[in-house]
Design a protein around this ligand. Structure first.
Ligand code: B12
Length: 221
């Protein structure tokens, strides 16, 4: 792996947003996620490699350290901020710029859940694959999903959950959507989920990452 990617991974893991950021003190004055992402792109590293070799492994490390009580919520939050600083530079590369859209995709993080980094990656990749995306944000109640589904009857819906507690909140969301629009296709995703879970709650599919969800969406056209 290139030194730049290693530095980027470290910046996100330690929450170094950019050069001006005073945190963490040991990296004061040094470049951060913002600058290293730009450098990696200038060096010709592909946005997908930046994501898969630096961004996602960095968040895995953060999660691991959180599980081991080596870091706490504020550090997770600052890592998330660093991750977002990096994603800003990747976004344009995932945007297709196609005139004709393949369809509409409505996505949100289920109510009770505030995690949105994974969802935002899904948004970027699905937009990049030519879909019009309506992003409902985080902590989304069933009514907000059903309202949008009624406005866009042909849309496909994606729901994200990152917690073993909030994944169960997907059950009433799926039910509410299917009640107002039985033909609406729903894909669920997020680290604690599985195909079995998706099936059990009546969703049409589970996708482990944006790439898999794009493949599944293509089968619907
Ligand atoms: C960053 C982070 C936070 C940040 C979130 C900031 C933000 N803006 O998102 C903050 C600090 C807010 C946070 C809070 C909490 N967190 Co947190 N968090 C994380 C962390 C470190 C990274 C998550 C992440 O962004 N991963 C990177 C992205 C790219 O991966 P991803 O989200 O899995 O998404 C990918 C796939 O799952 C998939 N995907 C995701 N959504 C969807 C949707 C669809 C439709 C599809 C197709 C695919 C898909 O595609 C994505 C790209 O590949 C994880 C650990 C981890 N490794 O996941 C813990 C983690 C999820 N958090 C955890 C916990 C416990 C919490 C808190 C309860 C802590 C607390 N005590 O307050 C709170 C809960 C707040 C709430 N109500 O939601 C636990 C969950 C444990 C569990 N099994 O339930 C984890 C696993 C940490 C741990 N190891 O213990 N957290």
């Amino acid at each position: 792996m290139s030194t730049t990617l290693e530095k980027l991974l470290e910046s996100i893991e330690l929450g170094k947003v950019n050069q001006a950021a005073p945190f963490p003190p040991q990296l004061k004055g040094q470049p951060g996620a913002d600058e290293y992402t730009k450098t990696a792109l200038e060096e010709g590293v592909s946005p997908t490699d930046i994501m898969n070799l630096a961004l996602i492994p960095a968040m895995d490390k953060v999660g691991q350290k959180f599980s081991e009580h080596k870091i706490f919520v504020p550090q997770m939050l600052i890592s998330a901020k660093a991750m977002n600083a990096s994603m800003v530079h990747l976004k344009p590369y995932f945007q297709a710029g196609e005139v004709k859209r393949k369809g509409t995709f409505i996505i949100g993080t289920v109510f009770g859940d505030l995690h949105d980094i994974g969802k935002n990656l899904v948004v970027m990749m699905i937009e990049g694959a030519g879909w019009e995306v309506i992003d409902l944000g985080i902590d989304v109640q069933p009514e907000k999903f059903t309202e949008k589904v009624q406005e866009h009857p042909d849309a496909v819906v994606g729901i994200s959950a990152l917690l073993t507690t909030t994944m169960n909140n997907m059950t009433p969301v799926v039910k509410a959507i299917k009640d107002v629009s039985p033909k609406t296709k729903i894909v669920v995703g997020g680290a604690p989920l599985s195909s079995d879970f998706a099936q059990a709650i009546g969703a049409d599919a589970y996708a482990k990452d944006p790439q898999e969800s794009v493949k599944w969406l293509d089968t619907l056209i």
